[in-house]
Design a protein around this ligand. Structure first.
Ligand code: AMP
Length: 489
């Protein structure tokens, strides 16, 4: 069994000189503050198993409150501050939190929905008057630690129930794999309402006793200024493409970094290659999702293969299945996962949960295939698979070919209803700065790279692709906008 997050925090806080946030709190200070916050939550009547919804702009207190909830056994429920009051209503109704904590200017909006709300500054000042020592109750590894809502690109977003051991086991696996030590300084510019910035980043630091440079938002200039003081950076692919657009990104500005990590969305092989050219670093790509924490990772020492997400983490099993069972090595199919990283179901949706498991394996909804060396490639979400004239087209394969063409900055391939083919492959493209793309030339350029049925029937040029907060392309939105493309044929 893995070491619980709070046991690890206490161990790390034993060294009074250990720094949690560069220029800010020590681990000892963090432990004391989580004790005060846990006492404050108890004084407000919160009990083990109650939910606490947190919707605030990114700040250090989010991490303290996450850990305070773990201490008190209160279920932590962070919500994207970009959501409107109307959108947040769903989480309040569904999760029925005992308390909602928000920025001062949002209190009235959430109160109007009938919730018990406190402004974050008020909670922090209530906590500062509390004792730092907190009588931690006993917690079991399967106790609920957090509920994170999925981004909900199809239908209502679902609450993912994560246990203490889900978090702990994944943290232990990642620290070992990525060689985190107390000498590391992580550059943290990710959102903290999502699994990547909240659990992957924070728990890797905590479980190794490392420190972090905590930036409240991503800005290429701020990241470039901080890189010389950091040893590891975690990012989504958009961080890397935006940094590449900055002339300040050089071998010299990245010389102090030992590891660049990417995940949450596909990193194009073109970006991987360009990064390696400019900086000399091979970005290490990994794969995971809210429901499973991290699943696979490229190796630290072995080849970091662009366009792949590497091998299963220690203790995690991955299989590729078709409709009638597990497929032979090399074949493309549904990615299924089993292990201590897999969540405990969707909040109050036992039937939906049951639908997503097959013989104890979680069906991720992603399609993929293993190569002969055991590296997994993600071929796209199952629901994004395009079936044209009865043939399967994996968007990722077409996107990789498009991204390789000169002048293409980003691409997204979707299936659009077509009277003859059922669906037609359609490419949405963003041109690189100064490049002029033309539909016919793009299609011609693909002819010697892809079979005819995979070549997009239409190429649509866009200023930018619709993306969510983690940089994931919103394909459902593209499908909706372009649904009528072949309607009058
Ligand atoms: P989320 O639950 O918001 O973290 O989204 C999880 C989904 O993001 C996965 O199911 C994948 O579709 C996608 N994803 C995460 N990491 C990668 C990656 N390295 N490459 C491709 N897709 C990824």
């Amino acid at each position: 069994m893995s070491v619980d997050v709070i046991a690890k925090l206490k161990e790390m806080a034993g060294d009074p000189g250990r720094v949690w946030i560069v220029g800010g709190q020590s681990y000892a200070g963090l432990l004391a503050q989580t004790g005060q916050l846990a006492n404050a939550l108890v004084s407000l009547g919160l009990k083990k198993g109650d939910r606490l919804l947190l919707q605030v702009e990114k700040c250090e207190a989010v991490l303290s409150l996450y850990l305070a909830c773990l201490r008190a056994g209160v279920v932590f429920l962070p919500v994207n501050p970009g959501y409107t009051v109307a959108e947040t209503a769903h989480f309040l109704q569904d999760a029925e939190p005992a308390l909602a904590v928000t920025d001062a200017d949002r209190v009235a909006g959430l109160e109007a929905l009938g919730s018990r709300v406190i402004a974050l500054p008020d909670l922090m000042s209530l906590a500062s008057g509390q004792r730092a020592d907190f009588a931690d109750p006993n917690h079991g590894p399967d106790d609920l630690a957090a509920i994170l809502y999925t981004s909900g690109t199809t239908g209502r977003s679902k609450g993912v129930m994560l246990s203490r051991d889900n978090l702990a086991s994944n943290a232990e696996a990642l620290v070992g794999l990525w060689r985190f030590t107390e000498a590391d300084v992580l550059l943290h510019a990710l959102p903290v309402f999502h699994t990547h910035g909240l659990f992957v980043a924070t728990n890797c630091v905590l479980y190794s006793g490392a420190s972090m440079i905590f930036q409240r938002a991503f800005s290429p200039a701020a990241v470039l200024a901080a890189l010389p003081g950091a040893t590891v950076m975690m990012g989504v692919p958009t961080f890397y493409t935006r940094l590449l657009a900055d002339p300040g990104l050089t071998r010299q500005s990245t010389a102090h970094i030992r590891l660049f990590l990417s995940g949450s969305a596909p990193l194009s092989p073109a970006t991987h290659a360009e990064w390696q050219d400019r900086t000399g670093h091979a970005i290490l790509e990994r794969y995971g999702m809210t429901e499973t924490n991290m699943i696979t990772s490229n190796p630290y020492d072995g080849a970091r293969k662009a366009g792949t997400v590497g091998m299963p983490l220690p203790g995690v099993e991955v299989r590729i299945a078709g409709p009638s069972g597990v497929l032979p090595q090399g074949e493309a199919g549904a990615i299924e996962v089993r292990g201590p990283n897999v969540f405990h179901g969707y909040w109050r949706l036992p039937e939906k949960t049951a639908e997503e498991f097959r013989d104890g394996w979680f069906v991720t909804g992603d399609m993929g295939a293993f190569d002969g060396e055991g590296y997994l490639s993600i071929l796209g979400r199952a629901k994004d698979l395009v079936i044209t004239g009865g043939l399967n087209v994996y968007p990722a394969e077409v996107e990789a070919a498009l991204d390789d063409l000169p002048g293409v900055a980003a691409s997204a391939v979707i299936g659009v209803p077509h009277p003859d083919f059922g669906e037609a492959v359609v490419a949405c493209l963003v041109a690189a700065k100064g490049a002029a793309l033309e539909e016919g030339t793009v299609r011609d350029a693909l002819r010697d790279r892809l079979a005819a049925f995979k070549i997009p029937k239409r190429v649509i040029l866009l200023e930018e692709l619709p993306r969510n907060a983690m940089g994931k392309v919103q394909k459902a939105e593209l499908r909706r906008v372009h649904a009528g493309l072949f309607a009058d044929r």
